[in-house]
Ligand binder design. Structure first.
Ligand SMILES: [Zn+2]
Ligand SMILES: [Zn+2]
Length: 229
């Protein structure tokens, strides 16, 4: 599968070159990890994902909708229906995870799952960057303020402290430190794909101070710690 549009980067991650990036973002690196953070799924495409990145695809769709205003209404309907299907599939997947079949399957393929999770999240952040990021937020969940000592989970029946998750602040954003927020597992799940502004202000644990801290980190302070390649 490695050809002109694919390469393996220095971290061993498969990347695809967006075929429209040079038109839309000529100053940006067109290579992105080959996963659904960057490319939509495409069932009839041989590779499984679109050759155009999510952002470029959005530009193309906006343009098409402007040129075809009457089609927008229909396509929105379709989109809503698709969203609902995704939700149903997610619920189904959650149920499935509780079954013995899934447990067996997971154990038999755990390496692949680990590999997928590794590739799917966070691989552009170094250990040092991640430590600095957590320290910036006083080692508390940036959203709800839960201290990391209280972030616990069960492993093989034993209760242990667990690391925070590297939340993708912008769901469609990159895998680097400037899109990374330390989040407890609950907040990571709660936030899911929702828009931060809208989502955060509705939460019972909303805090203006933490809100400002998050914005300050993403817009300015994270760059002090970012290691550029
Ligand atoms: Zn692109
Ligand atoms: Zn939290």
């Amino acid at each position: 599968m490695v050809n002109a549009n694919f390469r393996i980067n220095d971290d061993g991650v498969l990347e695809q070159k967006c075929n429209k990036h040079h038109l839309n973002f000529p100053d940006e690196n067109p290579w992105m990890p080959f996963n659904t953070d960057y490319f939509y799924k495409h069932n009839t495409c041989k590779t499984g994902l679109f050759p155009t990145c999510i952002r470029c695809w959005g530009i193309k769709t906006d343009k098409w909708q402007k040129d075809n205003p009457e089609a927008k209404r229909i396509s929105k309907k379709k989109y809503d229906a698709k969203d609902e299907r995704v939700l149903i599939r997610r619920e189904y997947a959650t149920e499935l995870r509780k079954t013995d079949y899934h447990k067996k399957y997971y154990h038999a393929n755990s390496d692949q799952f680990k590999q997928y999770n590794y590739q799917h999240t966070n691989h552009r952040i170094t250990k040092e960057e991640w430590i600095a990021c957590k320290q910036y937020f006083n080692n508390c969940c940036a959203y709800c303020g839960l201290p990391i000592e209280d972030h616990i989970g069960k492993y093989n029946g034993k209760v242990k402290q667990r690391d925070f998750q590297k939340d993708h602040f912008y769901h469609d954003g990159g895998n680097q430190l400037n899109n990374c927020i330390p989040s407890c597992k609950k907040c990571n799940t709660r936030k899911w794909q929702f828009d931060f502004e809208e989502w955060y202000k509705k939460q019972p644990f909303y805090s203006k101070e933490r809100y400002n801290c998050i914005i300050q980190w993403l817009t300015e302070d994270c760059y002090q710690y970012m290691k550029f390649e």
